[in-house]
Design a protein around this ligand. Sequence first.
Ligand SMILES: *[C@@H]1O[C@H](CO)[C@@H](O)[C@H](O)[C@H]1NC(C)=O
Length: 312
Amino acid sequence: MNRDKHSVVSEFVLLGLSNSWEIQIFLFCFSCLFYVSSVMANLIVVVTVTSDPYLHSPLYILLANLSIIDLIFCSIAAPKMICDIFRKQKVISFGGCVAQIFFSHAVGGTEMVLLIAMAFDRYVAICKPLHYLTIMNPRMCILILVAAWAIGLIHSLVQLAFVVNLPFCGPNVLDSFYCDIPQLIKLACTNTYKLEFMVTANSGFISLSAFFLLILSYIFILVILQKHSSGGSSKALSTLSAHITVVVLFFGPLIFFYVWPSPPTHLDKFLAIFDAIFTPFLNPIIYTFRNREMKIAIRRVFGSILFPLKNE
Ligand SMILES: *[C@@H]1O[C@H](CO)[C@@H](O)[C@H](O)[C@H]1NC(C)=O
């Protein structure tokens, strides 16, 4: 039917974030700073966990895997956005656009499953401490990882199946700095009402339900912790609050994008930057660097360059 659709639109024009020179400079500095920091912070976590034998417990293995995912995630849209900030004409090829959608949904879906797995890990650690090592054994960790990537890939392929068959017949201006489905389907020369509904149902429903599942599990764990409150509970409480913070920061923007798809506003775009660069940076900070064992391990691995503070 739409045999030659790609010959009509072979690339998309991205409007980027702003034409104001001051805002561009600000965005450039801000994005570079947080992109580089994200990459560094997550690399530190991965290197520390893999090279420190004391950190080979399930929690840290999952955290290191989360950092790998964050490394990929922040490298999907941010580098191109940073290079494009000062360009007058920002374009992305059809294939590049599809690739951005594919990777961001695959990696985002994987991250969601991993966050749920980490809530489960905390549940077992706090509510069934005696069985922790038998339940969260190495095979379980591998199983979680395989399941997470499989679910992420399937989710992404399902999303793509809708997009690649859309007829694009002319309009090719995306009011954004990266490709995602809600903006892309608005350009298709067909009635996209059903499709928008599908996207909302798919990405929106998945992120909303994962979010509520996570919040409910953490409330459940907190309630149990309250009942058996003892000496160790303040440490558990601080770990849990760190996890809850990450969950809210990760899902907040997603739910905003997919559940209430509205005309793009500046808020939309700034939230997108937040999700693309800032959340991957916060994960290692919130989950790991506040953690005492982790700080000691980083010092062990990297010498005293990063944490020159003495005994703590
Ligand atoms: C990620 O998880 C797998 C499976 O448990 C594990 O073998 C691997 O070491 C983890 N990656 C890192 C960087 O820790």
